[in-house]
Design a binder for this molecule. Structure first.
Ligand SMILES: *[C@@H]1O[C@H](CO)[C@@H](O)[C@H](O)[C@H]1NC(C)=O
Ligand SMILES: *[C@@H]1O[C@H](CO)[C@@H](O)[C@H](O)[C@H]1NC(C)=O
Length: 314
């Protein structure tokens, strides 16, 4: 009888669990769930990844320099040895997915070098202040890549520009262009005006009344430092699944990449509304979890480490 009741309770709770997840659709829990980042047969980006960045609207030097310094930091192993962890160690976790590819050779994963190959600024808002994925983004991609199919477009929005789909559950995204020539691209929203509570967190109080510490941006600009977080996530997810059929964790209708499965985690003890324990710069008070190029500090989103089966937080 006892075991029958236990079975019944178990069945009931499983049913409730499935129902609540299916209804909400986005109930993956980065703090407790154990994702399975499997390769789904598709490629990874390897070798050199060339980016073409389109700064759309008036993006000041705070945004441009902070994002470019982050990219330069991905392979910057120099700097003071005591400055740990480094951005390069975060990137090594992303690179390590290469050793999980079916054709991988034993040994350390090769370096993946990310370069800014082209940049273009559109300060006159030629296509207006709302960019749609169907109409405006393809035009900008064509413009910034000059038709080069081997270069990855990254469209970055100024504070007064809205990109379709951003600020509604996503702060940046890795998407594919339309067939027949599908290829990856990244969009990066700007949280300053549109959604500071959603995409400016943890440098801005979180929306939905979640209470927790608000961090100080390590490079002094809430939007710029928050855009590094969202761009870094999109980059990690794109490199490991450029055609959206590489590494991801399937969760209902969502395919979550190495950074998406660790969303909201920046340090030990992270919980909803709380980014977790991070370092603070004694001079500026800026909060960070990784050192980069030219003594810069960054707050990077955790990434799933396939070796330790946990979110890498430095
Ligand atoms: C951040 O920098 C941008 C320009 O790059 C500027 O428009 C914005 O006002 C700055 N924001 C803050 C909070 O300082
Ligand atoms: C690969 O990257 C590491 C830093 O992670 C660097 O020390 C090393 O020199 C790089 N190797 C090559 C061949 O570029």
């Amino acid at each position: 009888m006892g075991s029958f009741i236990r079975l019944f309770v178990l069945a009931l709770s499983v049913t409730l669990l499935i129902n609540s997840s299916a209804v909400a659709g986005h109930d993956y829990d980065p703090y407790n769930d154990k994702p399975e980042l499997k390769n789904h047969g598709g490629p990874m980006l390897t070798g050199t990844v060339n980016l073409a960045i389109m700064w759309y609207g008036y993006c000041g030097k705070e945004i441009k320099n902070t994002i470019r310094n982050f990219i330069k930091s991905l392979d910057f192993a120099g700097g003071k040895p005591k400055h740990q962890p480094k951005v390069v160690s975060w990137w090594e976790v992303v690179e390590s997915y290469q050793s999980l590819m079916p054709e991988a050779k034993p040994g350390a994963a090769a370096n993946i070098s990310v370069k800014v190959a082209k940049q273009s600024s559109e300060k006159t808002y030629k296509l207006g202040m709302v960019l749609t994925l169907q109409y405006h983004i393809p035009k900008l991609i064509k413009h910034v890549t000059k038709g080069d199919p081997n270069i990855i477009p990254v469209i970055v929005a100024a504070r007064d520009v809205t990109i379709q789909g951003v600020c509604h559950g996503k702060c940046a995204d890795h998407l594919l262009t339309e067939p027949p020539n599908r290829r990856p691209f990244i969009i990066v929203g700007n949280p300053e005006v549109e959604c500071p509570g959603e995409c400016g967190w943890p440098f801005h109080a979180a929306e939905f009344g979640l209470k927790g510490p608000v961090l100080k941006p390590p490079n002094g600009n809430m939007s710029a430092d928050a855009m590094v977080v969202s761009f870094a996530s999109a980059l990690a997810d794109m490199v490991t699944s450029p055609m959206q059929d590489g590494f991801y964790h399937s969760f209902y209708r969502d395919n979550l990449g190495p950074s998406a499965v660790c969303k909201g985690i920046f340090g030990r003890g992270a919980a909803p509304g709380n980014p977790g324990q991070v370092q603070s710069d004694p001079k500026t008070g800026g909060n960070f979890n990784a050192y980069g190029y030219n003594n810069k500090r960054f707050l990077l989103p955790a990434v799933w480490n396939p070796k330790t089966k946990s979110c890498w937080i430095g």
